[in-house]
Design a protein around this ligand. Structure first.
Ligand code: CA
Ligand code: CA
Length: 72
């Protein structure tokens, strides 16, 4: 289990294919593997808040966007 206080380690866990972006599918998979349920509405709000920070709104969360959400 990675140190959950370390955003770099946590990002790597969520970014299942290690392409530098977390997709909705990867996010759900990572949460499920921790035994956490994520509803579609929760996913929408998480991605809406995080994804807009670098202005691309590409439906994926980059590490920079992840850090913004993390530090909130
Ligand atoms: Ca990925
Ligand atoms: Ca984005």
């Amino acid at each position: 289990m990675p140190d959950l206080d370390d955003p770099t380690a946590t990002f790597k866990v969520f970014d299942g294919d290690a392409d530098g972006y977390i997709t909705r599918e990867e996010f759900v998979r990572a949460m499920n593997s921790r035994g956490e349920e994520v509803t579609a509405a929760e996913l929408d709000s998480i991605f809406k808040v995080s994804d807009e920070h670098d202005g691309d709104v590409d439906g994926r969360i980059s590490f920079a966007e992840f850090l913004v959400a993390w530090n909130k």
